[in-house]
Design a protein around this ligand. Structure first.
Ligand code: PRP
Ligand code: URA
Length: 209
């Protein structure tokens, strides 16, 4: 089964609380999502392998460390996942960015795909899938399946707020995928919204409510 890492760093927790408030407007909401994504990226890349290299400082040769292993890719689930991209790229600027377009049918809550474009060398990369909300888990599960179908082997999923139902679904469908979450909430309501959650992440990011 995939691991679930709850990122309980105080800065992340504080910023998530600000994000939840209905009084937080789109500008601040966008800034917070980017900042939290950056902090989560820092935590979720802790286990990246390093190799020893030699660098020449102005004073002497030094043995130093550099990232080794596979290159990284990030794949936001459109739309709301877009809000997390810059936070990741701030720390991993060489990552390539793919996009998966999915929206959740408001009646059936099933994900509907409308776009998929991944880096040509995605199978050679470790892929971080981004979406602020993991509710039923349908969107994340479908996105991860598309990415696996393109030959990617190592996938992690980063989200800001998750419902237990989404975690369970993702663990069942993709037990090989580790989940990084800033907050684990209580439940879903009858409309598939996370309670207490933060409302509709896409609408709050882009001001489309
Ligand atoms: C939201 C969210 C996830 C999905 C989560 O997207 O960003 O992608 O719902 O729900 P699920 O776990 O039940 O699938 P939405 O469908 O509202 O599209 P948007 O990002 O374009 O607003
Ligand atoms: N998508 C959102 O944006 N918010 C929720 O609470 C559930 C799905």
């Amino acid at each position: 089964m995939g691991h679930v890492f709850v990122m309980d760093h105080p800065l992340i927790q504080h910023k998530v609380s600000m994000l939840r408030s209905k009084d937080t407007g789109s500008k601040e909401f966008r800034e917070l999502v980017e900042e939290i994504a950056m902090l989560m990226c820092y935590e979720a890349t802790r286990d990246l392998p390093l190799e020893e290299i030699e660098v020449e400082t102005p004073v002497a040769k030094a043995k130093a460390k550099a990232l080794a292993g596979k290159k990284l890719g990030i794949v936001p689930i459109l739309r709301a996942g877009l809000g997390m991209v810059d936070g990741m790229l701030n720390l991993v600027p060489a990552a390539k960015v793919g996009h998966i377009g999915l929206y959740r049918d408001p009646e059936t809550l099933e994900p509907v795909e409308y776009y998929c474009k991944l880096p040509y060398d995605a199978p050679e990369r470790d892929i971080y899938v981004l979406d602020p909300m993991l509710a039923t888990g349908g969107s994340a599960s479908a996105a991860i399946q598309f990415i696996k179908d393109k030959g990617v082997q190592r996938i992690r999923f980063l989200c800001l707020i998750a419902a237990p139902e989404g975690i369970e679904r993702l663990n069942k469908d993709h037990p090989d995928v580790d989940i990084y979450v800033a907050a684990l909430d209580e439940r879903l309501n009858d409309h598939g919204y996370i309670v207490p959650g933060l409302g509709d992440a896409g609408d709050r990011l882009f001001g489309t409510k």
